[in-house]
Design a protein around this ligand. Structure first.
Ligand code: GTP
Ligand code: MG
Length: 235
C-alpha cells in the first residue's frame, strides 16, 4: 500500500498468483470487460506469442472517496511458467493481498501445492508476512471433467483460514466474487495496520461499493448487493 497524505492518494496492490495456465490472465480480462471504462485504465498484458504471460498483466481501477482521496487499485498477474520465478517474486513485491488461482482438476493438485509453496517462499523473500498479507483461493475451471467435487473444495475451505471460491473464469463465474473477497481481505488488513477508516475516513463499505457500483454484477452473487447500473437512455 502507498498512502500519500500530501497528494491525498491511496494505492492498493493485489496480485493474482498461481500455476501456469490456471486462468490468472482470464480473471483480469473478465474484470476488465465488466468494469465501466471511466473507472479503469487499459488492461496491460505482456505476453509471448502463445498467450502466456511473460512479465505480468496490470489492470488499474480507480475512484475518489467522499473525503477527496484518490484510490487506485492495481490488479497484477504473475507469469505461471516455472522458468519465470524471478519475475513472480518481483511482481509480488509490496502486495497487499493475493488471489491464488488454482486449477480444480485432480491432476493439477501437485502443481497447485508446489505453487502454493512457491508463493510462501516468495512472500518470505520479499519480507511479506503471511499473517499480514491475506490470500484468497480460487478453484478455477470447474467446467472441466475430473475436477475436485464441491465437497472436497468445502473440505479445503474448512481446513484453512483463507476464503475459497469456485470459478469458471472463461464464463465469468466466480471472478467478481474472488475480486470482492480479495479486496475485502486487503481492506481489513490495511485498515488494521494503517487505520484507513480513522485516518482518511475510508470505510470498508465505501471502498467496496466504489469499486463494485462500476462493475457489471449481472448474474453473479454480488448482483443483489451491488445492482448493475441501468444502461443510460433506457426506458
Ligand atoms: N475450460 C476452461 N478454460 C479456462 C478457464 N479459465 C481459463 N481457461 C483457459 O485456460 C487457458 C489459460 O488461461 P490464462 O488465463 O492465460 O492462464 P494464466 O494463469 O494467465 O497462464 P500464465 O500466464 O501462463 O501463467 C486459456 O486457454 C483460457 O481460456 C475455465 O474456467 N475453464
Ligand atoms: Mg497469464
Amino acid at each position: 500500500m502507498q498512502l500519500n497524505h500530501a497528494q491525498r492518494e491511496l494505492t492498493v496492490k493485489i496480485v493474482y498468483y498461481g500455476p501456469g495456465l490456471s486462468g490468472k490472465t482470464t480473471n483480469l480480462q473478465m474484470i476488465h470487460q465488466r468494469t465501466q471504462p471511466d473507472v479503469r485504465g487499459r488492461l496491460l498484458t505482456v505476453e509471448t506469442h502463445d498467450d502466456r504471460t511473460l512479465f505480468f498483466d496490470l489492470l488499474p481501477v480507480f475512484f475518489s472517496t467522499a473525503n477527496g482521496f484518490k484510490v487506485k487499485v492495481k490488479l497484477f498477474t504473475v507469469p505461471g511458467q516455472v522458468i519465470h520465478n524471478a519475475t513472480r517474486r518481483i511482481v509480488l513485491q509490496g502486495a497487499d493481498a493475493v488471489a491464488f488461482i488454482a486449477d480444480s482438476r485432480r491432476n493439477a493438485a501437485a502443481e497447485n501445492n508446489s505453487y502454493w509453496k512457491n508463493l510462501m517462499e516468495n512472500m518470505r523473500e520479499n519480507a511479506l508476512d503471511t499473517a499480514q498479507v491475506p490470500v484468497v483461493i480460487q478453484f478455477n475451471k470447474r467446467d472441466l471433467p475430473d475436477t475436485k467435487t464441491d465437497a472436497e473444495i468445502e473440505e479445503t475451505r474448512k481446513k484453512g483460514k483463507e476464503p475459497v471460491i469456485g470459478a469458471i473464469a472463461i464464463r465469468g463465474v466466480g471472478v467478481l466474487e474472488t475480486l470482492h473477497a480479495v479486496l475485502q481481505s486487503a481492506y481489513r488488513t490495511l485498515d488494521a495496520r494503517a487505520g484507513l477508516s480513522k485516518n482518511i475516513g475510508l470505510t470498508e463499505k465505501e471502498f467496496l461499493s466504489q469499486v463494485f457500483v462500476n462493475v457489471d454484477t449481472t448474474g453473479t452473487e454480488l448482483e443483489k448487493q451491488f445492482p448493475p447500473k441501468k444502461p443510460t437512455g433506457a426506458a
